[in-house]
Write a protein that binds this ligand. Structure first.
Ligand code: GUN
Ligand code: FE
Length: 416
């Protein structure tokens, strides 16, 4: 069905400061793109009737690790570096076995499909074939976005470390083999895992092939100290990525950015780098609280991320809750000049803010891709009625975060 109109109660954000709503509206979709959102019933369109249901734009998960979903919810008593060594690296090594990868990635894609996420930028593992399989499974399920074969050639256990030249040749094989709607993205794990030679070469490949880049930045204090030792010539962690051509020469996502200096914030803003704010992960791994208000004040492009399995839920609704919650704590105990995020601001980051990495995604404005979820509020057990559309969404975010959405469309196609 190339053209149709969706009927229901719509809520979205065009800018962070406020929600827009339309009850009993019609979202007119032509070939996967939004033509209009109107109160008039459009003529000559098939109507898909979700009357009484809340309908929200697709949410974008700017950063998560598909291979870590298998153990999500375990091992939360560590900080980043010991967590990686003790739990993450041994699990990721299993993806050298394509049979294991198929089983684990099938479960991951199935569970992601029933939630509100429509776009994602995922890490795979160092294994090219397993990562290509992940991309195929996501594509077949109807998702759009990016996934990357991870690069690691130093400070990694033997069972999850690559020879530098093999890491490069496998990356090229991965790039040349990728097909479908999940596109490849250059994915150095982080500076401690990649030699200077590997980082330099990945920066060159990204530039030559005009490919996006994703990595981790300023997540944890011990990690930041380690990067200073590894790159004594750098003025900051961001400067180290920049030195290797990995900071915004092409579209770039940096996850976390909990401990940036003011100079780094200015550089991220100047380079149009997207920050993937992952508050659940930052709490679970005791990383800290990212200065999201400062990002917004300084024009840093920002979206939300689960960072599964540092984050312990696939649900971006839960990440919205946590983004609001940690911003309140930061404001109260760290910096009272940075006001907490409001519900509309956090929702904007999860929808149009992060969606901008993928194109015109995350709003109900004309010309945006028709990504949206239809919610089922009957899953919430309350006798309250007569709530406003805004109140219905707020309650859904807090009380139904991990429930399946009622229906989901990506680029106009029903996927769930
Ligand atoms: N830094 C390097 N690798 C990882 C990872 O897998 N998860 C998180 N949260 N941070 C990282
Ligand atoms: Fe991560």
């Amino acid at each position: 069905m190339a053209s149709y109109a969706i009927k229901g109660d719509f809520i979205w954000t065009e800018e962070p400061s406020r929600f827009r709503t339309m009850r009993n509206g019609y979202l007119v979709v032509d070939n996967g793109v939004i033509e209009s959102l109107t109160e008039e019933c459009p003529e000559n369109y098939d109507i898909i009737d979700y009357s009484g249901h809340l309908i929200i734009p697709g949410l974008s998960d700017l950063h998560l690790h598909a291979p870590q979903y298998a153990y999500m919810g375990l091992y939360m008593d560590e900080e980043l570096l010991t967590w990686l060594e003790k739990h993450t690296f041994p699990e990721e090594a299993k993806y050298g076995n394509i049979g294991y990868a198929e089983k684990a990635y099938t479960a991951f894609v199935k569970d992601l499909l029933s939630g509100p996420t429509t776009r994602l930028s995922a890490f795979g593992t160092i294994h090219a074939d397993s990562t290509l399989l992940l991309m195929r499974l996501l594509d077949e399920a109807g998702f759009y976005g990016f996934a990357g074969k991870v690069n690691m050639d130093r400070n990694s256990p033997d069972y999850l470390s690559e020879d530098t030249d093999v890491s490069i040749s496998e990356t090229i094989r991965f790039l040349d083999s990728a097909e479908g709607n999940i596109k490849p993205i250059i994915t150095p794990r982080f500076i401690p895992s990649c030699s200077d030679k590997l980082l330099r070469k990945l920066g060159m490949i990204a530039k030559e092939r005009n490919l996006p880049v994703q990595s981790h930045l300023d997540e944890n204090l011990s990690e930041v100290e380690w990067v200073k030792e590894l790159c004594p010539w750098s003025t900051s962690y961001s400067d180290a990525y920049d030195h290797f051509g990995l900071l915004g020469n092409t579209p770039t996502i940096m996850a976390h950015v909990v401990w940036p200096s003011d100079d780094e914030i200015a550089l991220l803003s100047e380079r149009d780098v997207f920050v993937a704010h992952a508050p659940s992960s930052n709490t679970n791994l005791s990383s800290g609280i990212a200065p999201v208000r400062k990002f917004m004040k300084n024009g840093v492009k920002t979206g939300l991320a689960t960072d599964v399995s540092g984050g312990s839920s696939l649900s971006l609704f839960r990440v919205i809750q946590e983004a609001i919650g940690v911003s309140k704590l930061r404001w109260r105990i760290k910096d009272d000049s940075d006001s907490p995020l409001t519900t509309s601001e956090a929702f904007f980051l999860a929808s149009k803010g992060g969606g901008a990495f993928f194109g015109k995604v995350g709003s109900f404005e004309a010309g945006f891709d028709a990504d949206f979820s239809v919610l089922d509020e009957s899953l919430i057990n309350t006798p309250l009625d007569g709530l406003s559309v805004n109140e219905r969404l707020e309650m859904y975010i807090y009380r139904a975060a991990d429930k399946p959405v009622f229906a989901k469309y990506i680029k106009g196609k029903k996927v769930h």
